[in-house]
Write a protein that binds this ligand. Sequence first.
Ligand SMILES: Cc1cc2nc3c(=O)[nH]c(=O)nc-3n(C[C@H](O)[C@H](O)[C@H](O)COP(=O)(O)OP(=O)(O)OC[C@H]3O[C@@H](n4cnc5c(N)ncnc54)[C@H](O)[C@@H]3O)c2cc1C
Length: 465
Amino acid sequence: MKLSHQPSVAESLSAFSGNEEKDFTLQDGSRVAVVGGGPAGSFFSYFLLKMADAVDLEIEVDIYEPRPFSRCGPGGCNHCGGIVSESLVQILAAEGINLPRDVVRRGIESYVVHMDVGDVEIASPAGEQRIAALYRGNGPREGGEAQLASFDGYLQGMAERLGAQVVRELITGVEWNDGLPVLQTANGRETSYDLVTVASGVNSNFIRLLDVLPEAFEPPRTTRGYICEFRLGEQKMLEVLGKSVHVFLLSIPRFEFAAIIPKGEFATVVMVGDDLDQELVHAFLRDPVVQRCFPTDSAQCVCSCSPLINLGARKRPYGDRIVMVGDSGVTRLYKDGIGASYRTAKAAATTAIFHGVSRDSFEKHFWPACRTIENDNSVGKIMFATNSVFQHSRMTRRAMLRMAQQEQSKSGATPHMSSLLWNMFTGSAPYTEMFRGTFHPGFIARLLFNLGAALRPERKRMREA
Ligand SMILES: Cc1cc2nc3c(=O)[nH]c(=O)nc-3n(C[C@H](O)[C@H](O)[C@H](O)COP(=O)(O)OP(=O)(O)OC[C@H]3O[C@@H](n4cnc5c(N)ncnc54)[C@H](O)[C@@H]3O)c2cc1C
């Protein structure tokens, strides 16, 4: 991917300052470009057009998205675990966006936590199948005859129905001309816009093209994930995994987190960590705890990829006539990236329609939504660090397991540990809320009691060894 023109920082700043004289409100006939038609781009376009209609404003929206979501395999997919949290399912329903049956591959009833010291099944607190497991494209490569409806295709269709134009082209360059952003496509076409919304995620070079612009556009930090799709057949998959997401807290060296998600005849294995490589993936899949739950000898890996994950934006993701939403800007740490796309996209659309498209407007009306996510991520980092300490000690793993098992087996018991694990894995609640829950006297008392109880078998094991 090449930049058509690489302005110096000084040039860019002067292009920006040239904008000061201009009117930064969207008017009838204004043109908006959205770079990327994943969840963030489609949510943004949908809300922008919906709000424009509400205030009787006629604008044109072009979504640039070369990926055909109807294609099987990586070419039609925005690589992801495909879990839509229960809080997001509910928020979308309140917006009138109900995920169709053919988009949801499996309604999730519970999470099963697997450790070397035992397993515990944590049921959905609401007792409903509100968590959706889905595919972002048309399912895995070698998906066979299965024609799966894609989540990203569904969202894009919603934006199109409100009037957005999908342009199946890759954006390869951006420059400023007379204070307006000009986009260049792979086949050399140049178009100027009143607002450019960047929703290209982190798995594309596009945000790096923006490096040449003022400091606000530094790309987010990233780490790698690994995704592998296994095919086992619908019936067999139900027998093996049921309607549960299986998560693993194991003490394999360098291992951080993995989950296995059932989706019809397939299962998605997702691994996340700073130090992921093939050796670690094999060590995980061969681990006796994993083999007990998901014997891969009988399953066939039909599709795999190792996408980047956003670990946090370094600088504020906006300027005059440009705003970054979803993964390109600020997202939630490790969880609910689709939910963060929805939140940032809606905040950006609201700002553009009701407050204008200047840097100041985005600072005042869009940035607070991003800052809330960023502040919550700071607490999330503490939660993940603590979880990592607990995960790597056999005694603390045993204590967590005991506490969650007791809560799940006694009806009416306050689910202190179960709620914490549920929210950590599903991303349904903000990290701040989970953190607050760990200061509850009931949580602390039960944890100390279970740590004491977990110490006894550990002492015995050490004496015997
Ligand atoms: C391993 C892994 C597992 C995950 N699991 C989950 C999960 O279970 N649940 C969850 O909520 N989130 C999950 N996420 C996070 C989630 O995938 C992202 O947060 C979400 O996809 C962000 O949406 P987006 O629209 O910002 O970006 P993307 O989904 O990345 O979409 C960007 C779009 O822009 C297009 N594009 C890129 N460059 C250009 C260009 N130059 N011109 C035109 N178009 C372009 C791409 O084709 C793509 O369609 C996971 C992420 C990873 C890596």
